[in-house]
Design a binder for this molecule. Structure first.
Ligand code: NDP
Length: 295
């Protein structure tokens, strides 16, 4: 078995690779930086995928919430291209191989934030920059109808893990007792523990009955306020200082601050129907792992 993984150097990608290695599966990582076990996106265009490829994953994408990056047209284009173009290139390359599965990531920003309970079957028109991005990202992953490669897209919620994403950003403020909810904390915060997301990728590669959309979220629905409480409790710190929307809007621009200020009520219906087993189905168990306490 040999898995090719776009964005394998990132927070999620590294964990996927660790998990594959533990299972004795070999891999090639596609990265902008050269290194052992890596190929570049240019190599992919020129030479295609390695002959022995059995599955392809894409989790590449320029970090949207990088506070150092101004929300300029140029940066927005980078955000789009790093997801849509990479996915497109892999979709094109995979058809000429003997690979059996193509699994890509997308986001819950596909769904419009309101009180609707969204399952994988819910259809949503694009309504803003991020939802349009998700639509294009998912469209880029589609394979020709006559292809017998299984294609799965995981619409991920906020990924919780010690080594990256949101937890890495908020760890220190919470540690110093400066943490708190975002805005009024009433917005939903669709989330998933990184271990469960990684397992969902492996599950999608392995199981021949998995294809189409999976909501990459935990079964327990929480609000940002509820998450804040759970995280502060395992950190044994108060978390009373709310982050005012005005600060996020001015630091990030409204268009991307939305990721933090608004949330969708997302249910992993198909994931549960497929009998995927979560290691961290509830926020307290997940938070306990994040600060390395036994549950
Ligand atoms: P990271 O920022 O940790 O890693 C992203 C990877 O993408 C890097 O390994 C990098 O590889 C590659 N990358 C970055 N910019 C570009 C670019 N301009 N062109 C090509 N490749 C690029 O992200 P995460 O692991 O946290 O997230 C992975 C994916 O999952 C992203 O697409 C993200 O949008 C999506 N996602 C993440 C969530 C989260 O909470 N973390 C939630 C929902 C979706 P290299 O530098 O080696 O080229």
């Amino acid at each position: 078995k040999h898995v090719v993984i776009g964005g394998g150097t990132g927070f999620v990608g590294t964990q996927i690779i660790n998990s594959l290695s533990r299972k004795g599966v070999s891999f090639t990582c596609i990265s902008r930086m050269p290194g052992p076990g890596r190929m570049s996106w240019h190599d992919l265009e020129c030479y295609g995928l390695p002959d022995n490829t059995t599955a392809v994953i894409n989790v590449a994408g320029q970090n949207i919430l990088d506070p150092k990056q101004r929300w300029s047209e140029g940066f927005k284009q980078n955000v789009i291209n790093s997801r849509v173009k990479t996915t497109q290139s892999l979709a094109k390359a995979i058809i000429n191989t003997k690979a059996k599965a193509f699994v890509t990531i997308s986001g819950v920003a596909y769904y419009k934030p309101n009180d609707t309970e969204y399952t994988e079957e819910s259809k949503c028109e694009k309504y803003d920059f991020l939802s349009e991005l998700c639509h294009r990202w998912e469209a880029a992953a589609q394979l020709p109808k006559d292809s017998d490669i299984r294609q799965t897209t995981i619409r991920s919620g906020v990924v919780l893990g010690r080594d990256g994403g949101m937890i890495k950003q908020i760890y220190l403020p919470f540690f110093f007792g400066l943490g708190g909810p975002i805005g009024n904390g009433k917005q939903y915060m669709p989330w998933i523990h990184v271990t469960d997301l990684v397992n969902m990728f492996i599950f999608s590669i392995k199981n021949e009955n998995v294809h189409g959309i999976l909501n990459g979220v935990a079964p327990q629905i929480v609000t940002n306020g509820e998450f804040t409480k759970a995280f502060a409790s395992v950190m044994q710190r108060p978390a009373l200082i709310p982050v005012p929307p005005i600060i996020l809007n001015s630091l990030f621009n409204k268009e991307r601050a939305k990721i933090m200020l608004e949330g969708q009520k997302v249910i992993p219906k198909r994931v549960k129907d497929l009998r995927f087993e979560y290691q961290y189905p509830d926020i307290n168990t997940a938070c306990a792992e994040l600060v390395n306490k036994n549950t």
